[in-house]
Design a protein around this ligand. Structure first.
Ligand code: KG4
Ligand code: ZN
Length: 339
């Protein structure tokens, strides 16, 4: 069936998601069932609970995506599913669902790397991705700076040595008593705050390479809060949040721009949950404009986990001739370029 329709499936963390995408670029439906309410009381995602909810939700979510697009399963040309990285029990649910649908219908199956999916969210914006480019993928699990010389090829320039940027947001928010996920909460709290009020460390900023480190910043922020508590001093919350957020944005942007300049690219792209941060987007946009570079980032709803981006990445892999067989398995620590 040459319909150009991909059914994308994503269950790597706490979102059960399915989407129907036309020719890798047009979203016909995009269903994301979030488990945030369930995990919020634990302050983070509980893997066992996540996989159990994925099992209950996966087929209703797939049905809803097909119905929302107004297509039958028979009209789908290819089935794409995230097989890593992520929580193994969660990934397995999506992979098993995709394999069973592919087996029952005889349709081609394509396993997709979740990080590659985040990058392809940029394909769903109507703008053209034009390599060579430099991409920064920043999420709850990853901080990867990549050179993309050609579509589908990835050279990892640097990644975090400890916490991912989103993880730092989540941990500090948790100590502040804010609900999970912490990034959007800290962004809200930072509004009106002075980003230079508190000087927080910039891990590895001076290093020659493109590696990141956010654990020192996280510790400094937590120490600041503890000291204030011990001294019974009130924390200037907006200033604290703005300064913490700025420390992350500053390092991410400086390394991204240094890489873009060093490789002489004209385009830079952002992806992943932290790319939803408005101050980050604005700052990178200003820095890119100063250098005459084009900046792409997905709309907020496509920055965080969804299956539309998996459908897009899967379709382009399918066009490139990639197929997965029924031995496809979840790979919790899958890296870009491993497959
Ligand atoms: O990409 P994503 O949905 O899931 C992973 O693959 O990890 O990213 C989730 C991460 C969380 O750490 C969350 O706090 C962060 O993205 N995040 C944000 C914002 N929205 C989500 N961080 C900063 N500012 C935001 N507006
Ligand atoms: Zn993600």
């Amino acid at each position: 069936m040459k319909s150009g329709l991909t059914l994308g499936i994503e269950t790597s963390c706490d979102e059960t998601a399915a989407a129907v995408i036309k020719e890798g670029r047009e979203i016909l439906s995009n269903v994301v069932l979030s488990q945030i309410d369930i995990h919020q009381k634990y302050g983070g995602v509980v893997p066992e609970i996540a996989s159990r909810h994925h099992i209950e939700a996966i087929f209703p979510v797939i049905h809803e995506a097909l119905a929302g697009a107004g297509v039958d399963l028979a009209e789908i040309e290819v089935i794409a599913v995230t097989y890593g990285p992520g929580l193994v029990g969660s990934l397995l649910v999506g992979v098993a669902a995709a394999k069973s649908l592919a087996f029952a219908t005889g349709k081609p199956l394509v396993g997709v790397n979740h990080i590659e999916g985040h990058i392809y969210a940029n394909f769903l914006t109507g703008r053209e991705i034009q390599p060579p480019l430099v991409c920064l993928t920043v999420s709850g699990g990853h901080t990867d700076l990549l050179l993309i010389p050609r579509l589908g090829e990835y050279e990892i320039l640097g990644r975090t040595r400890d916490d991912a940027a989103g993880e730092a947001f989540d941990k500090v928010a948790r100590v502040l008593g804010l609900p999970y996920p912490g990034g959007p909460q800290i962004e809200k709290l930072a509004r009106g705050g002075d980003p230079n009020a508190i000087e927080f460390p910039r891990g590895l900023l001076a290093s020659e390479d493109y590696g990141f480190s956010f654990s020192g910043l996280k510790t400094a922020a937590l120490n600041y809060l503890n000291e204030a508590k011990q001294k019974k001093q009130e924390v200037p919350l907006a200033d604290f949040a703005a300064s913490f957020q700025w420390a992350i944005i500053d390092v991410l942007t400086q390394k991204l721009m240094a890489a873009a300049e060093s490789f002489g690219v004209r385009q830079v792209i952002l992806s992943g949950g932290v790319a939803a941060n408005g101050s980050f987007r604005e700052h990178v946009a200003a820095q890119a404009a100063q250098r005459g570079m084009e900046l792409l980032y997905p709309p907020v709803y496509l920055c965080t986990d969804n299956a539309a981006m998996i459908g897009s990445a899967g379709y382009f892999r399918y066009l490139a001739g990639q197929r997965s067989d029924y031995t496809l398995n979840a790979v919790a620590n899958l890296r870009l370029g491993d497959e």
